[in-house]
Design a protein around this ligand. Structure first.
Ligand code: FE2
Ligand code: FE2
Length: 219
């Protein structure tokens, strides 16, 4: 199929899966986990750091100046998100002394992404799919912050972080359209998308079981 039709197919697949992450019950703190914005923002720091690092990791082997620069921009955006979230945590009274976002190691999703060898798999998984997941999770997080009366965090996400994540997702769409032009590249992109979604869902289930948190903000 042509690249535009293929991207539309992947997008509708994303949407149908992501609606499973979106229902109201995922916003309900039924499990007694620590769902304070402060706790969730610490989880967000790890997501932002990993998103920055993966984009940086892919830049040297990416083909073409456009993709290299898009990855460089993303690495910078995610690093800025990290610092903004850190600032917000300090304003909430968390001094972050001794906090190491990677103390428990890299996530399974990061490890998977770091093994992807081709640009088409990387943009399908890292930008197109992972950033779409982040957008949905962040909407849930914004609602949670508003309900908790934390308008400053909600504004940071709505006004600054979400527009960047939207841009990262759009980058995925743009490059997929250029790269997923034949059966083989489309197969690679489809597989990479499926693995990313499976890992995100698995991660969510594991995090939920461990901490009661299943809608931590994304990257
Ligand atoms: Fe992002
Ligand atoms: Fe981010």
């Amino acid at each position: 199929m042509d690249a535009a039709a293929f991207v539309a197919e992947l997008a509708s697949h994303n949407d149908s899966i992501l609606s499973r992450l979106a229902p109201a019950q995922t916003l309900t703190a039924e499990a007694g986990g620590d769902l304070s914005p402060r706790n969730l923002l610490r989880i967000a720091l790890k997501n932002e750091l990993e998103a920055s690092e993966i984009a940086a990791l892919w830049m040297p082997s990416a083909r073409g100046a456009d993709l290299k620069l898009a990855l460089a921009r993303q690495a910078g955006d995610e690093a800025r998100h990290y610092r903004l979230i850190e600032e917000r945590l300090r304003a909430l009274g968390d001094n972050l002394d001794g906090f190491d976002p990677l103390a428990t190691g890299y996530s399974p999703l990061f490890k998977f992404l770091s093994t992807l060898p081709t640009d088409v798999e990387r943009v399908a998984a890292g930008q197109f799919t992972r950033e779409a997941i982040a957008l949905v999770k962040n909407v849930q997080f914004i609602e949670l912050c508003e309900r908790a009366g934390d308008t400053a965090t909600a504004m940071l996400y709505r006004g600054v972080i979400q527009p960047d994540e939207q841009h990262h997702h759009q980058l995925g769409r743009h490059f997929l359209q250029q790269l997923a032009t034949d059966d083989e590249s489309q197969r690679l992109a489809r597989d990479a998308q499926a693995r990313t979604i499976a890992l995100a869902e698995e991660l969510q289930t594991m995090a939920f079981k461990r901490t009661g948190v299943h809608h931590a903000p994304g990257c």
